[in-house]
Design a protein around this ligand. Structure first.
Ligand SMILES: [Zn+2]
Length: 636
């Protein structure tokens, strides 16, 4: 017992010692050297600025995320990122480092179904690959691959195989393996092969699950077989493709074919190309587009999107022809709303699929041109809305189009995406449609969580809406604008220097008490540079994310806004040291803001009339009272 425990911890230490943690994590997450550490985007939360450090000095080797707190060693990384269990992670890392584990057998007798399935898949993969190489058994499959121009290096890279044209070749093979197996652990029992579709029960006993088919092994990120795709050879056979059934190690909705070969190129190029079939992926790789993967006969799911967003910034979806269009773009957008990746739609010429296109003499050139001409999916989506906005110039018509667009976005799930992502999507929409963000925000269905929080526990109804008063700069004369701009910058300075006070509720002159980000929507800020800065800071506060000045600078992108952030940060630090500290400065800054806002938001009689008309219009198209109230306040 003692020696067993010793053996296991010994194995663990040896594996950890022999593992280069930076190389291991670097295969999954792009890392950059920074001093004695490496840093990268944390794969365990929705990270926008590199929050994860990989520390490997003075005998240490661990990763740590300063935002979400994820941390651990190489084994933890395999468990948490690659979803392995402990024995599996240990075995994988040992194999990777070329270490023989001392502790065999004992721990493995309690192996779970996943380990058995993996073993069964390995046994089958070896069988199919040997069959493809066999002069007689592999001939029909080789003929298919030859006809499609799939080279021997691609057959190797994708570990292609052949299921012989026989009822029970594989079953016989398993029988022979069972005779020679020395322990029960070497070969899973037959039930495992049946559950994974490799063996079926025929009328007179077990038969092969795949017969007379070309085998496309489906490999996970670590190039381990988790399932098989099998293409028919005989035209009479149905269906064209047979796939392994889902299992604890094989979920179609999160698996991408070709990921084992495409992962590194996707990380390096920051772009993933999504095709629809096995041969499309292989054709892309053969032509040098090694960042291509395919879904397994399903539409792209959110799980796929999450896998991809860990690896890249842009996803290009290939469609072979005019069916592509709006519907496909919509579906893709719906999938990707929740994750911070850009999605582009690429339509290939002449309704060709990638495989057919790339086999033409100038195929690679035309393929590249099509990729370069791909259209941002969001642009694709809003193009239709923009046209309709142009068709309806009146205020009521325009409002209705915005309403419809926002309802559609709501139906597509935008209400449930993280605040930061929603902000990005709205800013993009705002840019493309030329509608201010606050107008879109007001028309959107409220996120479920926020809507729930809106109703007080004592049933006294919704909380008062935050005062939102965007005012056109043209209404302000020079000195007024300067006063406003100064107040905005003072507020930013305090919040950048002391983001921790942002959660404090601030009393406003009209008796409200709210955190500062609920007090001022981004549209309130008038100075365009300050507004960019506040938009970034606001989104972080709203999402409850960390808010260092570096984070905000990274989010706001524009150099002028970054400069202002740095400038205001030092100003704020100096100011917050004064007696009373950061909270006192924040209260002052808010009071200043309220003063300058009050000076320009006295409604004129003309404005009141406009407002009444607008409310009637809104009522006519059936908006909820809160939305009307909110619009009313914005229109002041
Ligand atoms: Zn994290």
């Amino acid at each position: 017992m003692v020696s067993e425990a010793y053996g296991q911890s010994n194995d663990r230490d040896r594996v950890l010692d022999a593992t280069d943690l930076v190389a291991l994590i670097g295969e999954s997450v792009p890392l950059k050297a920074k001093g004695r550490e490496h840093v990268g985007l944390c794969p365990f939360h929705d990270d926008r600025s590199p929050s994860m450090a990989v520390v490997t000095h003075k005998g240490n080797a661990f990763y740590k995320c300063f935002a979400c707190g994820a941390s651990g060693n190489a084994i933890d990384f395999m468990i948490n990122y690659h979803r392995m269990d402990f024995p599996d992670a240990l075995r994988y890392l040992a194999q990777r480092a070329g270490i023989e584990l001392q502790q065999r057998g004992g721990g493995e007798s309690t192996r779970d179904e996943s380990a058995d399935l993996r073993k069964a898949m390995q046994v089958a993969l070896r069988f199919y690959r040997r069959a493809l190489a066999d002069a007689e058994l592999g001939a029909p499959s080789r003929a298919v691959l030859d006809a499609r121009g799939i080279s021997s290096s691609m057959r190797e890279a994708f570990q292609l195989g052949a299921a012989p044209a026989s009822w029970d070749r594989f079953v016989e093979h398993l029988g022979r393996l069972a005779e020679h197996a020395r322990t029960k652990d070497e070969l899973p029992e037959q039930g495992v092969f049946e559950r994974s579709g490799l063996v079926r029960q025929g009328q007179r006993g077990p038969i092969d699950g795949f017969r007379n088919r070309v085998i496309f092994p489906i490999l996970d990120e670590l190039a381990r077989p988790i399932g098989f795709g099998a293409r028919k050879i005989d035209p009479e056979d149905e269906p064209k493709y047979l796939n392994s059934p889902e299992s604890p190690i094989f979920r179609k909705g999160r698996t991408l074919y070709g990921i084992h070969a495409a992962k590194k190129p996707i990380i390096d190029s920051k772009v993933a190309i999504i095709t629809e079939g096995y041969t499309d992926v292989i054709a892309c790789h053969a032509a040098g587009f090694t960042n291509a993967v395919a879904t397994l006969g399903t539409a792209l799911t959110r799980e796929h999107a999450r896998v991809l967003q860990r690896l890249c910034e842009t996803v290009i979806l290939l469609f072979d022809g005019d069916e592509a269009g709006q519907r496909a773009a919509d579906r893709a957008l719906e999938t990707f709303f929740a994750v911070p990746v850009d999605v582009r739609i690429c339509t290939l010429p002449d309704r060709l699929d990638p495989d057919d296109l790339l086999r033409q003499p100038d195929g690679a050139v035309r393929f590249k041109a099509a990729l370069d001409a791909s259209v941002d999916a969001l642009v694709h989506l809003v193009a239709g809305f923009r046209e309709r906005l142009a068709e309806r110039p009146g205020a009521a018509g325009r409002q209705r189009v915005i309403e419809e667009m926002c309802q559609r976005l709501g139906a597509m799930g935008i209400g449930d995406v993280p605040a930061l992502r929603r902000r990005t999507v709205l800013q993009e929409l705002s840019r493309v449609c030329d509608v201010p963000v606050h107008e879109l925000e007001a028309a959107l269905p409220r996120p479920r969580a926020a809507a729930a929080a809106d109703t007080r526990a004592d049933g006294s109804g919704p909380l008062p809406q935050a005062p939102l008063a965007p005012v056109e700069p043209v209404l302000l004369s020079g000195p007024q604008f300067r006063a406003r701009s100064m107040a905005e910058r003072d507020l930013l300075a305090v919040l950048l220097a002391a983001p921790e006070v942002a959660v404090q509720r601030i009393a406003t002159p009209d008796g409200d008490s709210l955190p500062v980000h609920e007090l001022y929507a981004p549209g309130v800020f008038l100075d365009p540079v300050a507004r960019t800065l506040w938009t970034a800071l606001h989104a972080r506060l709203e999402a409850g994310l960390q808010t260092t000045v570096q984070d905000v600078m990274a989010d706001c992108g524009e150099p002028t806004a970054k400069n202002l952030a740095a400038q205001l940060f030092s100003k704020g630090v100096a100011r917050c040291e004064a007696p009373g500290g950061a909270l006192a400065r924040l209260t002052e800054a808010v009071a200043d803001m309220e003063r300058v806002l009050a000076r320009v938001s006295e409604p004129t009689p003309q404005a009141v009339d406009d407002l009444r008309r607008r409310i009637d219009e809104l009522k006519a198209i059936g908006r909820r009272p809160t939305a009307i109230m909110r619009s009313a306040r914005e229109d002041r």
